[in-house]
Design a protein. Sequence first.
Length: 161
Amino acid sequence: MSAINTAIRMETDAIKFYEEAAGKCEHPFGKKMFLSFVEDERRHLDMLNKIFKTADVVIKTGEPTEEIRTVFQTLKDETMERITATSDEKNAIKIAMDMEKEGFDFYVKAASETEGDKENALFERLAYEENKHYKILANTSAFLNDTGNWFMWEEYSIVEG
């Protein structure tokens, strides 16, 4: 149960962090990204609380990238111009990347050490989702730091013909 308690604490901290980051974020894409992470972390917390209380959980399998991809598509025209992120926003993304990496490592370890099938499946799913969050954040960081090259690499299929 110690791993579940730690996971609950991690997810609660992540919710608080992402809510604060969304509140400070000036760009609508960044705000929406952080708020979508809040929803994901709340879903994770709900699953962990269910397994902690009842030892019976249904693993909800949403895809974190689905909503973010839609946001990118919606804002694509607007972002063709260079977007300058504040250092606070870039710092929040860096911190979030570190948190997601730590979460991923924790869940991989917890999955390997747990004996229950449901707990193992939950930890594996949470590791998968934390890794997806990390990739979203890394992509966002690349976008904010070098928008021109980001579009070139993300849209390379257009260039290839």
